[in-house]
Design a binder for this molecule. Structure first.
Ligand code: ATP
Length: 257
């Protein structure tokens, strides 16, 4: 029997003018799993994620959610970007409630209060974004996305702008939230360490055109302790993924000579 698939990218192609940002790119995301996408800068990670969200269309191929083609933004798909994108004139709670207002949907205040507590933001509901640290703003944007109870959360380099320590805290937070909700997550990152800490599967993309070079299963139990992350298996996987990414960069540099 075929493995279950929550989100499927089938033969995705995206052209910007003369340039193929994605070409014949295919991957499957299993339900309740975390999949990270890594690859050299400009290889099409964001283009792929935006296509998965329905925010922009593909030139060819398709994205399927639960077997149905995605043709535009979908209520079952939440998004978190590198910037928290909070509205500066609204306090934290009003930022979280904003999508509900736009969608004319009734918020589940109990769930929102639980999420705020989960991410350590209880008591900051009335604070404005400029009164919150970068990490707190990003926590708020995760709560905003999860408050709508999406079955898929797409995260585009969500912690890229944070310092290393805050980033590790945020990784643990995502792991904890996932262990509670089992929301299917697709996560873009430049950090192989972050990808291996969080994911069940790491997908390495090639640049121009962006397509899947390799997929690695990450079989470690959760929560992923420091001991697991310092182990030889993680080291070996890191080496193989780095070899994929840097091998491509070298080939690109040679081709440009
Ligand atoms: N709107 C656009 N118009 C033209 N070219 C674009 C557009 N958006 C992206 N590109 C190009 O498509 C390619 C893939 O871009 P994309 O942002 O998806 O890559 P990425 O892997 O997310 O990059 P990074 O790791 O630097 O964030 C790049 O060469 C980029 O310059």
């Amino acid at each position: 029997m075929a493995a279950e698939v929550k989100l499927a990218v089938r033969g995705a192609g995206k052209r910007y003018g003369e340039m193929d940002a994605l070409k014949d790119c295919s991957l499957d995301v299993a339900p309740n799993s975390i999949v990270s996408i890594v690859g050299p800068s400009g290889c099409g990670k964001t283009t792929l994620l935006w296509s998965m969200s329905g925010l922009h269309g593909l030139t060819s191929g398709e994205v399927l959610l639960d077997g149905r083609r995605i043709t535009g933004p979908h209520p079952d798909i939440g998004l978190v970007f590198q910037e928290a994108n909070l509205l500066p004139w609204r306090n934290l709670m009003d930022n979280i409630l904003f999508p509900f207002e736009v969608k004319h949907q009734k918020p589940d205040h109990g769930w929102i209060a639980h999420l705020l507590e989960r991410v350590g933001l209880t008591g900051f509901e009335k604070n404005f974004p400029n009164e919150l640290s970068g990490g707190m703003q990003q926590r708020a944007s995760i709560v905003r996305a999860l408050s709508l109870r999406p079955s898929v959360l797409l995260m585009d380099e969500p912690f890229g702008a944070l310092d290393a320590f805050t980033r590790e805290e945020m990784n643990q937070l995502v792991e904890e939230i996932w262990m509670e909700t089992h929301t299917t997550i697709v996560f873009i990152t430049h950090s192989i360490e972050e990808a291996l800490f969080l994911s069940d599967k790491v997908v390495v993309l090639t640049p121009r055109p962006g397509r899947v070079l390799n997929t690695y299963e990450v079989p470690f139990e959760r929560p992923r302790t420091m001991e697991i992350m310092a182990g030889k298996e993680v080291y070996d996987l890191t080496y193989r993924i780095k070899a994929d990414i840097y091998g491509q960069s070298r080939m690109q540099a040679r081709a440009a000579e």
